[in-house]
Design a protein around this ligand. Structure first.
Ligand SMILES: CC(C)(COP(=O)(O)OP(=O)(O)OC[C@H]1O[C@@H](n2cnc3c(N)ncnc32)[C@H](O)[C@@H]1OP(=O)(O)O)[C@@H](O)C(=O)NCCC(=O)NCCS
Length: 182
């Protein structure tokens, strides 16, 4: 398989918001309703994962950084790293355009987000949440050094902004990893 080592990682700009909302929704839901990626969740959550107006505050936030990946000038992915206090940072919205998955960009964005947490806020531990019925994605995070923290919670019926749950009793499992010496 072709290796895409020449992609660029940079902080998101306001002009990126529209393209990023499409990438995030396509990654989580499948482009134009089709489930393209192996980690799509269209069968678990309905409706958009994010709206463009929810992206702007992430770009302007002082407590978080939206980070992008670009391949040949085209946006292909993003991740959000935010500071939650007590030396803990949260990672969310990791998304790679379905057609650009499996080239190592997800891995690279995760590393970049961890580095931002360490460099910008002196954070030593990163946490993230994964839906329980996604064992392959959990295995992907475990291969990146993340382990279950023991925290599991039921997703509220309104979907908490993740989308509208398509089944009852959707659990979210928290994973964490030490990213720097505390
Ligand atoms: C999860 C995601 C970000 C990974 O991005 P990516 O750029 O494809 O990731 P990489 O290229 O770095 O790694 C691909 C990995 O997928 C694995 N993979 C590919 N196809 C797979 C499949 N059908 N089943 C299981 N694993 C698979 C590869 O083995 C590789 O893992 P490895 O590096 O440990 O060997 C991407 O799939 C995505 O955007 N998913 C939708 C949104 C999402 O679920 N985000 C995470 C929310 S917590």
């Amino acid at each position: 398989m072709e290796r895409r080592l020449d992609f660029e990682i940079a902080d998101a700009q306001v002009a990126d918001a529209d393209a990023l909302s499409k990438i995030i929704n396509d990654a989580y839901r499948g482009e134009d309703g089709a489930t393209l990626g192996w980690t799509g969740v269209a069968h678990l959550l309905k409706g958009p994962r994010i709206r463009v107006e929810e992206i702007w505050p992430l770009i302007y936030s002082n407590d978080g950084q939206l980070i992008t990946a670009r391949y040949r000038q085209r946006l292909v992915g993003c991740i959000y790293a935010s500071c939650c206090g007590l030396g803990i940072g949260e990672i969310s919205l990791l998304s790679i355009r379905p057609q650009d998955q499996n080239f190592g960009m997800g891995r690279a964005l995760l590393k970049a987000a961890e580095q931002v947490l360490v460099d910008r806020w002196g954070i030593s531990r990163a946490v993230l949440s994964v839906l329980a019925p996604r064992p392959e994605l959990q295995a992907w995070y475990r291969r990146r050094g993340y382990v279950e923290t023991g925290s599991r919670r039921l997703l509220r019926e309104d979907g908490e902004g993740y989308g509208i749950p398509a089944q009852k009793s959707l659990y979210v499992i928290e994973y964490g990893r030490q990213i720097a010496v505390s």
